[in-house]
Write a protein that binds this ligand. Structure first.
Ligand SMILES: Cc1cc2nc3c(=O)[nH]c(=O)nc-3n(C[C@H](O)[C@H](O)[C@H](O)COP(=O)(O)OP(=O)(O)OC[C@H]3O[C@@H](n4cnc5c(N)ncnc54)[C@H](O)[C@@H]3O)c2cc1C
Length: 455
């Protein structure tokens, strides 16, 4: 007979909660999940419904480890590169990777969440919906809950609590009351709004479906990711405030239409419900959250966005949260469920990496909205791919280390910074691949990259 294992309460059945729950149940733990929202399989929830996320190697690895990747493979659309849309409608394709094996996947947040919850319930996880965590006793580990429909209060007792309750975590809010709890949150001055491009008359995608479309305009941008129903989920990123181009300034139908006509004319023609969507959908905020410790008294742990929310511009928030599961479960399997030791080891193994991806995500915001339209930037990308072809495993572009490899994020940031300097030196005043000083490139790769931790 299997020995009885501890009971675990998870708060938050977003993306990470169900995935972690599945793996814990597979290891013999009893798991109960409490989610403040209603069950989205039964009740239509509009917010976040049409948002698509980019799923890549780290996330896929974690899904495979839990044995659920096959359940979601059919809701993924491979995106092989970015298609840049200029104001005049000119399209430029830039591949994400070195060849066709390297691509990212568009997936609907809602569909993915549903698939994960279905798999979790199949595995034996109990999910309680409409149950908001309102408090947590840091000493006893008792969770206080309120039912969002009936307003009744209840408590959950278990051996440990894991907060997978996202960027505005209630479990973290309790930890904030502790002495010497480190916490920082940094909002961008930019907000985002979900918009939609419907499918064409034949139900097909109106743009190339195997790409992420981007309208980079210097200080703002529009992006579009394909959905399996032929639509594109779009996100408009604008400053919150400002007299000219901002969510604050674009406050009438006429201003919105004129703005789109000037900036995104090819998209405007395909967005019949633009104005309706614009006014109906909320404007979201984007925040970077860092905190420590992620755990308290061996009773509670934060994981995913609850521990480290990041801005979305590297397409890594969910991938990083899923990778948390990989690290956590590897330690659990290796050293067992001595919770205080495990929680502490988990944070130690992960904090430098989650700090690094938070910073890389901010950097990438500038790259996406501004630099992807710059010919010199596009040339540097070509040189990067050529260097990777010449020195495989030694020169790997930063984007690839983050997206297509499981190189620890902190190592990707370190190697990436060195490589950026090298590219600066090699590409300065050069416009053609054949004019690059390849002998110097070889020397730089050897001198500067061989001593760094590997990819
Ligand atoms: C615009 C945008 C685009 C993004 N694009 C990408 C992308 O392309 N790729 C990528 O990898 N990541 C992306 N992300 C990031 C990604 O969405 C998050 O990193 C991911 O959702 C984190 O998962 P999580 O499970 O930690 O939190 P969430 O998915 O936010 O789940 C938290 C859950 O907890 C519940 N909850 C909250 N408070 C309570 C409470 N008090 N009691 C009970 N339940 C509670 C919430 O209702 C929710 O269901 C994007 C984010 C945004 C905003």
């Amino acid at each position: 007979m299997k020995p009885e294992r501890d009971n675990i309460t998870l708060i938050g059945s977003g993306l990470t909660g169900p995935l972690l729950a599945i793996s814990l149940v597979q290891r013999g733990f009893g798991v109960q999940l409490h989610e403040r929202r209603p069950d989205m399989r039964r009740v239509r929830i509009s917010a976040g419904r049409s948002i698509n996320l980019a799923l890549s190697t780290r996330g896929i690895h974690a899904l495979r480890e839990a044995g659920v990747y096959d359940d979601i493979a059919n809701i993924l659309i491979p995106m092989r590169g970015r298609v840049m849309h200029s104001v005049s409608g000119q399209l430029t394709f830039m591949p994400y990777g070195k060849d066709e094996t390297e691509f990212i996947n568009s997936v609907s947040r809602a569909e993915l969440n549903i698939a994960l919850m279905n798999s979790a319930e199949k595995a034996g996880v109990i999910i309680h919906f409409n149950e908001r965590c309102t408090g947590f006793d840091l000493r006893t580990g008792v969770v206080h809950l309120q039912n969002e429909e009936t307003r009744t209060q209840s408590v959950a007792n278990s051996n440990v609590v894991i907060g997978t309750d996202g960027a505005s975590s209630a479990i973290r809010a309790e930890m904030l009351k502790l002495p010497r709890f480190n916490f920082s949150q940094q909002y961008l001055d930019y907000g985002y709004k979900e918009l939609t491009i419907p499918s064409g008359p034949d139900g097909r995608h109106v743009f190339e479906m195997h790409a992420l479309h981007i309208w980079p305009r210097g200080t703002f941008m529009l992006i579009a990711l394909p959905n399996i129903d032929g639509t594109f989920g779009c996100i408009l990123f604008l400053p919150f405030e400002g007299a000219d181009i901002s969510f604050e300034a674009l406050d009438t139908e006429a201003k919105i239409l004129s703005f789109f006509e000037t900036q995104f004319p090819d998209a405007l023609r395909l967005m019949p419900s633009l104005v309706e969507n614009y006014f109906q959908n909320p404007t979201g905020a984007m925040v970077t959250i860092k905190c420590s410790p992620w755990h308290v008294n061996g009773k509670a742990l934060l994981l995913g966005d609850a521990a480290h929310a990041i801005v979305p511009f590297f397409g890594q928030g969910m991938n990083c949260a899923f990778e948390d599961c990989t690290y956590f479960l590897e330690l659990l399997d290796r050293q067992g469920s001595d919770w205080p030791l495990l929680f502490s080891a988990f944070e130690k193994s992960r904090k430098a990496d989650t700090d690094a991806i938070a910073d890389l995500a901010i950097e990438n915001f500038i790259e996406m909205r501004d630099r992807v339209a710059d010919p010199q930037f596009l040339f540097r990308k070509k040189v990067e791919l050529e260097l990777e072809r010449k020195y495989p495993g030694r020169f790997v572009p930063k984007y690839a280390m983050v997206t297509f490899h499981r190189t620890p994020y902190a190592v990707a940031a370190q190697r990436g910074a060195v490589q950026d300097d090298m590219l600066g030196e090699l590409c300065d005043s050069v416009e053609r691949l054949e004019d690059i000083d390849w002998a110097k490139a070889e020397a730089l790769v050897h001198q500067r990259l061989t001593s760094l931790p590997g990819v």
